[in-house]
Design a protein around this ligand. Sequence first.
Ligand SMILES: *Cc1c(COP(=O)(O)O)cnc(C)c1O
Length: 463
Amino acid sequence: MKYISTRGGIAPISFKDAVMMGLATDGGLLLPQSLPKLSDKTIESWHNLEYQDLAYEVISLFTDDMPEADLRQLIAKSYASFTHPDITPVAKHGEVHILELFHGPTLAFKDVALQFLGNLFEYFLRADKARMNILGATSGDTGSAAIYGVRGKERIKIFILHPHKRVSPIQELQMTSVLDDNVFNLAIQGSFDSGQAIVKEIFNDLDFKKKHHLGAVNSINWARILAQIVYYVYSYFRVCNSEGSEQVDFTVPTGNFGDIFAGFLAKRLLTAKRIRRLVLATNENDILSRFVSQGVYATGDVSQTCSPSMDIQVASNFERYLYFLNDFDADRTRNDMESFAANAVLRFDSTACDRVNDDFVSQRVTEPEIIATIKSFYEKNNYVLDPHTAVGVTAGISHKDKLPMICLATAHPGKFGDVVGRAIGPQPLPDALAVLEGKKTRCEVIPAKSTVVKDFIERDDKL
Ligand SMILES: *Cc1c(COP(=O)(O)O)cnc(C)c1O
C-alpha cells in the first residue's frame, strides 16, 4: 500500500514514510492510494476475533512494509496498557450501545491511537538508527495521551507545552507525574494560544526542525486514523452478534474530524451499508454540523464549552474527507483548500450534499442539552457520561430508529468531574486518577518565548 497527498505534490511513499512524515511536505494530508476491497467472506471471517487479532487484520491491509510477527507484537504491546480485556468494550445502556474507548492509561480515547503511534515511532526509528524530538502544545487534555504514548521509549524525547496554572489540577498531574527521562513538561507563562504559536514558529524554522529531528503527534498522522478504524469494526461485530442485526449506526462526538473519518473508512471497508450512517455530533462549535446539514463549510468564532476537546474552529482532518468528496482529484482538493484559506468558506452543490448525507447526519448540541443528557441518562440507566460522550449520546438518541445505535464514549467521566458534578452531584474519582494525588512531579516553568523553548531543546539534545 502506497500513500499519496490530498494535494498531489508528492510521489507515492511507503507506510513507514507516511508515518514518519506526519503532514505531507506539500501541505496536504496523507492517504492510502486506494482502499482495499474486501470480500464478504473475509469480512464474515472477522466476526468473533479478539480486539488485537482484528487490529492486525485491519491494520495489515494498509501496511506492506512490516513483517507479520513485528506488527502483531507491536499491536500486543500497544494494547497491553489497557485495563479492560476487550480493550474497547461495548455494552447496551438503555436504548443505545456505549463503546467505551477510555480504558487506556490517560482515560481518553486518544490513547487508542497514541499508544500505537508511539510504538510505531520507536520501531521505525530503531530500524533507521535515528531519533526524534516530539514537540507539542496542549490545552490540557491531549498532552497526557501523547506523553503516555512515548514515555520511556528509546530514541524519542517529548517536549509538551502547557499554559502554567491554566489547566485543571488533575490534567496537570497527569502530565507532570510522568518522571521518565525522555519526558519534558514545559509550563509556559502565557495562554494556550501562545503555546501553540510558539510550536508553530519553531516548526517553521526549517533548519532548527531538521537539526533537532522535530516531530509531531497531532491528529493529522495517518497512523492515528488507522488505529481508530479498528474499534468501529470491532464494535460492529460485537453489537451485531448480541442484537442479531446486520446493520448499525454510530454517533461520534466530533472536533477535528479524525475519529469520525476513521468511521467513514470503516463504513467503506465493511461495504454493503453494514454501517448505515454516522451521526456527526458537535458542541456549540458547529462548523462540521453546519457542513453536513447546510453544505457550507465556514469558520466561526470558537466558544469555550464543557466539552473542551471539541472546541475547534477548523477541523484539521476535513481535507481527507474532501479528497473523497472530490473523487480523489488532488488538484481540485488543493484549489478548494487554497480557496478556504483565502475566504474561510467552502460551498458545496446539491450533488455533493446528497453524497455527504448518504454517509452522515449531524446535530449541534448546546451546553444545557449536555448537562440534561448526563442527568437523564444517569437517572434512567445508572450510567455516568462524560460531557463529550454526552454530546454524541444526545445526537444519537434523537437519530435512533430500529437499528442499533453505537455511541462512542471518548473520555472517562472522572476526567471532567466538575461538569458531571453539576449534572448529577459529586462522583468518586476513578482509581487511575486518585493515585496521582501527592505523586512526585517534574515540570519547568518558563517564559512564553520560542527562543527559551528552543534553548531548552537544544541544551537537552546535546546530552
Ligand atoms: C479529541 C477528542 C474528541 C474529538 O475527536 P476528533 O478526532 O478531534 O473529532 C472527542 N472527545 C474527546 C474526549 C477527545 O479528547
